[in-house]
Design a protein around this ligand. Structure first.
Ligand SMILES: *Cc1c(COP(=O)(O)O)cnc(C)c1O
Length: 397
């Protein structure tokens, strides 16, 4: 019974050309990976923005932690005791994010579940950007509060909804800082005004913001020079910070509350000491040498955006290393991504339902660890392939 149903569903997915599968890859350095057949690719699809996964200091920290403290954390921090590494990382994160306090979760995904599910009460209303990450959507869902979705980064729409929606409890506004598919940045100045006017709690998920924007790389608040505006800043240890895990920073009273109430924090075994030590070392590198890492990331971002535009591609304007190249039809987009892979370049083909129909795109991300030459060569291959495909389309049409 069950297998018949599942087989039918899978067949539908396959027929629509939407089947997904996992490609095994083995990173030999932050920007190159090898598949099982031994083919090496230049990776333009990772979130390893600062290339710190292979930094000597980060690897050494992880290795030392394994030897000193073992491989696992052995339990939840409330029942078994927290590792020193977790406490040290939280202190560094709070300081870095200009917040009173921080709490580490096991993933960024769990952080959003834990914060929203932990904080929201019946009668509260969440105002959520339509392009927010799936973990925010799921966190809102399990909280069982009313969720009001506003148009992407449309502050006029948000203001109208804040005015017209009846709310008995607390208002929450939740948004990505840097949006993962479009690479654009939340309008924090306008959010700050609305938050004040409607006495709302503002939550910003900086998963793609930390290590990427702001003069010190601390994310959206630093980008706008507006510290202290955001009530809770969510982030991940899995992107620029080269490890895995998630965190939230904010006032101590909010963090203390989450320690007591947030089920994804309470009922899951803490991260391994090596993971925490790696994230701590990565963050330390960013804090002590911001120019080195952010400077390379920003220069590479600028270069790649310019090269792709000069090559005639339709690049969505922005300043972040998430570079969406609009293609249009899903089928053409996936064919483009496939052919690129054949030529040794990994970008992500993004189609519905992740983005609206007709807005399928190749999502290219650059890191601080790419060399200028790698980016020049990749851009040349991408633009040449695009012209080839487009000419093919025109002949057919
Ligand atoms: C990646 C991402 C997450 C999830 O973080 P993980 O640590 O990978 O679970 C959450 N929010 C946003 C905006 C993300 O891009």
């Amino acid at each position: 019974m069950l297998e018949t149903r599942i087989a039918e569903e899978l067949a539908c997915i396959r027929q629509a050309g939407l089947e997904r599968s996992i490609m095994d890859l083995h990173f030999v350095n932050p920007v190159q990976a090898r598949d099982r057949a031994g083919k090496t690719y230049l990776v333009l699809s990772s979130n390893n923005y600062l290339g710190l996964t292979h930094a000597r200091e980060v690897i050494d920290a992880a290795r030392a932690a394994v030897f000193k403290f073992g491989t696992g954390s052995s339990g939840s921090r409330l029942t078994t005791g927290g590792t020193f590494a977790a406490g040290e990382l939280e202190k560094r994160l709070a300081d870095f994010k200009h917040s009173e306090s921080a709490l580490v979760f096991n993933t960024g995904y769990m952080t959003n579940l834990g914060v929203l599910y932990g904080l929201l009460k019946p009668g509260d209303v969440v105002f959520s950007d339509e392009l927010n990450h799936a973990s925010i959507i799921d966190g809102c869902r399990i909280s069982r509060c009313r969720v009001v979705v506003y148009k992407h980064n449309d502050m006029e729409d948000l203001r109208r909804l804040l005015e017209t929606e009846k709310v008995i409890g607390q208002r929450f506004i939740v948004t990505d800082g840097v949006f993962s598919m479009d690479g654009d940045i939340a309008d924090l100045p306008a959010l700050a005004v609305l938050k004040k006017r409607f006495d709302a709690c503002l939550i910003v998920d900086d998963a793609h913001g930390v290590g990427v924007i702001g003069s010190d790389g601390s994310g959206t608040a630093a980008h706008y020079g507006m510290p202290g505006i955001i009530d809770l800043q969510v982030g991940t240890l899995s992107k620029a910070l080269a490890a895995e895990g998630g965190y939230v920073t904010g006032k101590k009273i909010l963090i203390d509350y989450l320690i007591n109430k947030s089920r994804p924090f309470i009922f899951s075994t803490a991260l391994a000491p090596a993971t925490l030590a790696a994230a701590n070392a990565a963050l330390r590198l960013l804090q002590t040498q911001p120019q080195k890492y952010l400077g390379s990331l920003w220069a590479n971002t600028k270069l790649m955006r310019r090269l792709l535009k000069d090559g005639g591609l339709q690049v969505v304007e922005g300043i972040t290393p998430i570079i969406p190249v609009l293609i249009g039809e899903a089928e053409l987009t996936m064919r483009f991504a496939d052919k690129l892979r054949g030529k040794g370049i990994l970008g992500s083909g993004i189609r519905q339902p992740t983005v609206p129909q007709g807005e399928s795109r190749l999502r290219v991300t650059v890191t601080a660890a790419h060399s200028k030459e790698q980016l020049r060569q990749a851009a040349q291959i991408i633009t040449a392939l695009w012209q080839e495909l487009r000419q093919g389309e025109e002949k057919e049409g």
